[in-house]
Design a protein around this ligand. Structure first.
Ligand code: SF4
Length: 163
């Protein structure tokens, strides 16, 4: 299956989750947050296509890294591809963070839940410039939450990571 990417993989990010992470930048976003840092990622038909298996192979070459972060854009704008990518990464034991402009509560479809079951951490919600704070770690505005997805699904309530 193909996935639409906004740019090449980042190999050594320390600002997109815990540790040193590879970042996959997915194309497409419908949220239009005021002062978004990545407006070039919004066009649903922009960017370029890549084979998901090639991405997984590339990640496996660097499996000594702390994990993979999937950002964008909003990865949930390509749900089928996101499900396939997260499923294959999870099968390979990769720690997965995903950034989305949707809130956890808005991700309620069967497909959303299948995707969430593959994810370790979800950073949720739109970027709100009035709530931007420079001291925030791994997120842009204070409304966004860094959610422990397995625990949240198990307890049926949102449990944030204590970082
Ligand atoms: S969700 Fe992210 S990529 Fe989309 S508009 Fe908001 S800040 Fe930009």
């Amino acid at each position: 299956m193909k996935i639409r990417l906004a740019s090449k993989i980042t190999y050594d990010s320390i600002v997109d989750g815990l540790g040193i992470r590879m970042v996959i930048w997915m194309q497409g976003c419908i949220h239009n947050c005021y002062l978004c840092h990545n407006p070039f990622t919004h066009d649903l038909d922009g960017g370029f296509e890549e084979d998901i298996d090639n991405i997984v192979d590339e990640v496996n070459k660097y499996s000594f890294k702390s994990g993979v972060t999937i950002s964008g854009g909003d990865p949930f704008c390509q749900k089928e591809a996101l499900l396939e990518l997260t499923r294959k990464l999870k099968e390979n034991g990769i720690n997965i963070w995903v950034y989305t402009g949707y809130t956890f509560d808005q991700l309620t479809s069967l497909l959303d839940k299948q995707i969430l079951s593959n994810i370790d951490v979800l950073v949720d919600g739109p970027f709100i410039n009035d709530l931007k704070r420079d001291y925030l770690r791994f997120k842009g505005s204070s409304n966004q939450r860094i959610i422990d997805v397995p625990k949240s699904l198990e307890k049926n309530q949102i449990i944030e990571l204590n970082i």
